[in-house]
Design a protein around this ligand. Sequence first.
Ligand code: NDP
Length: 445
Amino acid sequence: MSYIDNIITSIEKRDAGQPEFLQAAKEVLESLRIIVDKDSTYEKAGLLERLVEPERAIVFRVPWLDDSGKVQVNRAFRVQFNSAIGPYKGGLRFHPSVNLSIIKFLGFEQIFKNSLTGLPMGGGKGGSDFDPKGKSDNEVMRFCQSFMTELYRHIGPDTDVPAGDIGVGGREIGFMYGQYKRIVNRFEGVLTGKGIGWGGSLARNEATGYGLVYIVEEYLNKKGDSFKGKKVSISGSGNVAIFAAQKLFSLGAVVVTMSDSNGYIYHKDGINMDTVKDIKLVKRERLTKYAEVHKDAVYKDAGKGRVWDIACDIALPCATQNELLIEDAKTLTANGCKIVAEGANMPTTLDATEYLISKGTAFFPGKAANAGGVATSGLEMCQNSARISWSFEEVDAKLKNIMIGIFGSIDDAAKESGKPGNFVIGANIAGFRKVAKAMLDQGVI
Ligand code: NDP
């Protein structure tokens, strides 16, 4: 049995109850065959055994008082996966589905994503099964304070720097930062996604969505094409989806769909972003409201249709993991979709990914396509360390350069591996090389 097959068999046994982690790990391991099979250094150094095992995984209890005075208890995690190239870096997710498997898959992906940015950041991820939806601001604050009362001892500006993710936006980062500062009595860059005026970076909020658009734009430009007149279908209506859509409209594309966990909207002439922002960012309401405001838009319940049923040139899944299935991949291809770029982490199942690639779709995996968020978090860390603030334009220009650089490295790695145009293999190999070299250089740790 080959080294890679041995590793796959061993994680299947050891982490049998962690389907999302196994899915993410297998995708990366399969891509690495091309280089690992040729070089016994990796096996001798036990490099892959180390790569699939987090350096540390912390599980903790978060007790908090709800508005009625009752004590609630949630479970929380911080998985510090790999610090070979820098302090652990990766978001915090608050969603009822959160468990160790999901946090491990996200932390594992983060290792390669952070490496691709070219910035010195290791991989980590955390979160809780707490659901901020329907909670008052005071309840969210009490939860965040209790969460940080345990987390603070495991993080630090040179150790581990968390950010936001699903369910964790500016409000939650603010509450957690306030509690951290109160406990340690230091004003330091321990979280990213902070507010402007207290250490946050301009353009961090927009970065993941903008970065997603920049990498696809670079691909189009290289082919002498552009976004002008392209029909784009987006899932999700959160941070990533909203800013991707906004940037797309500014480049002449027409975004025709968005969704939330209850259903999707289809607006033939283009989604109105002011309405979406008002519903999702200001009022924190459901997307059903959109069709009440725009009578020519169609709303479909999640049970009654899929956002991927709508014909488009480009599809950007920006909601959550495993939301684009094999049937969706077939529908998209049949309807003429030529590009799929993942704004979310692992939104496309393995079989759907393989199908899309086999049909010649340009497929951009999340670890490359959504790396703009963590890249700009890295830029926030730089500004915090230097105690300076860059303008929106400066940060945006650096972000664009990073995304162009990522396209170059995944495109080159795909070509060097004999799989031109396969950006899954390209991203995994390009991300892995730098981390593997650092691990080998640093000895058996
Ligand atoms: P938000 O919480 O801002 O938005 C998430 C969106 O996805 C919402 O519209 C939400 O709908 C929808 N959604 C969440 N869970 C589900 C589900 N189970 N089924 C259907 N829809 C769902 O999160 P972000 O936009 O920040 O994150 C979206 C994705 O992008 C995640 O995979 C995240 O890991 C990834 N990502 C985010 C980065 C960032 O900087 N924020 C960076 C890199 C990746 P509803 O409102 O109904 O919950």
